[in-house]
Every structure is written in structure tokens, then in C-alpha cells.
Write a protein that binds this ligand. Sequence first.
Ligand code: ZN
Length: 151
Amino acid sequence: MTNLSSLYQDVILEHNRSPRNFRHMDQADRHATGHNPLCGDQLTVWLKLDGDVVSDVSFEGSGCAISKASASLMTAAVKGKPRGEIERLFQRFHDVVTGQQPRAGEESADLGKLAVFAGISAFPVRVKCATLSWHALKAALEQDAASVRTE
Ligand code: ZN
């Protein structure tokens, strides 16, 4: 059993301290807000679309280190990628943080640095922090203007 401090690995700490793509986007095509009432995390994700490709993505908000670092790593991971690939990445990420095995078709989704969140699976409450930005991104992609909750 890992302890909570082992969650805060270097990558998470670093991204919490200086999150990537942490800015309001004025000319966004889509945006969505996510709220995790269990922890108090709240963030907005903005994106620009070039056809099927997310050409730019940013976020802003406040919350715990995990939610912020996850959003930072997410923006870095999805920028420049087509929608289908992002959906596979989210599915794979979700399975990793909830401790599930890859499903058919997910093996090709390379998590890269997102794999640091695998330790979250030992802390179910924290899964909602780690996936909040992804749910917001998904809502933005599906143009669901309503805010999302990771309950
Ligand atoms: Zn949180």
C-alpha cells in the first residue's frame, strides 16, 4: 500500500507549481467548466478546433495539486491531436487511474507522462480530481455547454 505522499511525484508537483497552458483563451471555439464538489476543484477548459484536430487548448481554475497537474498534463497531451485519439487517450487514462486493465483498442493509446497518475487508483476519492479536466474537455468537445461534475 502506497501512502498519500507517494502520489505527489516530481511530475505532479512540478506541473502544479508551473502548469502548462494555464490561461484564459479569448478566441476559443469551445469551453466547458468542471467542478468536483468532493474536493473543491473547479476549472474551465478552452479549446480551438481545426477540423477534427484540437489545435489549441488551455485551462484555468483552482483546486488541489492533482487536479491542476492533471489538467496541465492533459493540455500538453491532447494539443495537436485528433478527437478520436483524444477519446482513446481519455478512456485509457480513466482505466489507469481506476486500476482497470486496457480494453480492446486502447493498447495503442500511449499515456506518456500521464502514467504518473497510475498511483491514484489506490485512492478512489482522488480519481475525481485526476479526471475532472478530462471530463470538462470531453464536454467541450461534445459542445455540452453545461458544467460537468465528477460525481
Ligand atoms: Zn482535488
